[in-house]
Design a protein around this ligand. Structure first.
Ligand SMILES: [Zn+2]
Length: 331
């Protein structure tokens, strides 16, 4: 039967660990570690780490939410549980059988207090356990940061390469806009990551315009781009994406909540532009728990509001399976 049914296996490529763990698990993990939270009230805590429909936050406000989740996840125990829970939950609730999970280990080691290798191995253990228990294929993506020094980002690429055989499948660049940052400064690091067999993706065309997408494609030559929706503002950028076969990881609810995309009408225009220019795209949540959505919710929203037809969603899902870095894993 055509269409996306409950038994259809889904793939999701753009999920931040800091936005994908159930608040109740985060609450328990925070308490287990004796972290002093700004509230003793559970429901206020939920408000602190989630964005709800009708209560949109600014782009910066959205990134600020990660402050708490990153702090709570700053230990090997917390990382292992977070990785495991995210993959297990995605399979049980959404039948996601291929999931790539991204995080910045250097934002989870309390400024160097915790050893990065312990954090990386904890993530690998979470991955292994989830793959043992459920029929899923997974991979970790290490996020470099726009606000980090070149040396810090270099260490992150080294860690990604070191754990490539254990489940790290790619690198990304994320984090808030930082004055003076140039994507071109990461050119050598991205080349190194490519030589190590890692998949390459970069956040661009989200808070910054189409020129950021062009910049990234020309200097870093990624396989995929995180978001990239603002490429739709420029014909030449869309042509470039199609020629290079670069795949966009579009996160509709995230873009609506942060105001990157104004409303459903604009979302329709974005997708219409991508389709007419034959730019390949996938559908993602960015962080299901933080954005109080999930992949099936995104699909329902897109088809329900007439943004995409059912067959277009199916094609996006096929593209996700094809463009997944996790497919390259030997084990
Ligand atoms: Zn993202």
């Amino acid at each position: 039967m055509p269409g996306i049914g409950p038994n259809t296996r889904l793939a999701e490529l753009h999920v931040h660990l800091g936005g994908s763990v159930d608040p109740s698990v985060m609450w328990e993990v925070a308490h287990a570690q004796g972290i002093r939270l700004p509230t003793k009230n559970y429901w206020r805590f939920v408000d602190l780490v989630t964005v709800r429909p009708g209560r949109a936050k600014s782009f910066k406000g959205y990134l600020d939410l990660f402050r708490w989740t990153e702090l709570i996840q700053s230990s090997p125990t917390a990382i292992e549980r977070s990785v495991y829970q995210t993959i297990a939950g995605a399979y049980r609730k959404n039948n996601i059988t291929l999931l790539e999970l991204r995080f910045n280990p250097m934002k989870r080691n309390r400024g160097g207090e915790q050893d990065l290798d312990h954090i990386m191995m904890a993530a690998v253990r979470g991955l292994d356990r989830a793959e043992l228990e459920y029929p899923v294929k997974t991979g970790l993506i290490v996020c470099l940061d726009r606000g980090f020094s070149l040396r810090q980002n270099e260490v992150l690429v080294e860690k990604a390469a070191k754990y490539a055989a254990r489940g790290v499948v790619g690198v990304d660049v994320a984090g808030p806009y930082s004055k003076g940052f140039r994507y071109s400064s990461l050119k050598q690091l991205y080349r190194k990551a490519r030589r190590e067999g890692l998949g390459l993706t970069v956040h661009a065309g989200e808070d910054e315009g189409a020129s950021s997408v062009r910049d990234v494609v020309e200097h870093l030559e990624p396989d995929r781009i995180g978001h990239g929706v603002r490429a739709s503002e420029d014909e030449k950028t869309m042509d470039l994406l199609r020629e290079r076969g670069t795949v966009l990881e579009v996160c509709p609810t995230s873009n609506l909540q942060t105001g990157v995309v104004k409303d459903i009408g604009e979302l329709k225009r974005v997708f219409a532009a991508l389709k007419s220019r034959r730019v390949r795209f996938t559908i993602n949540t960015d962080g299901p728990e933080m954005l109080t959505t999930n992949l099936r919710g995104e699909i329902r929203m897109l088809t329900g509001k007439g943004v995409l037809a059912e067959r277009e969603v199916e094609e996006a899902n096929r593209t996700a399976f094809e463009a997944a870095f996790a497919q390259r894993r030997k084990v």
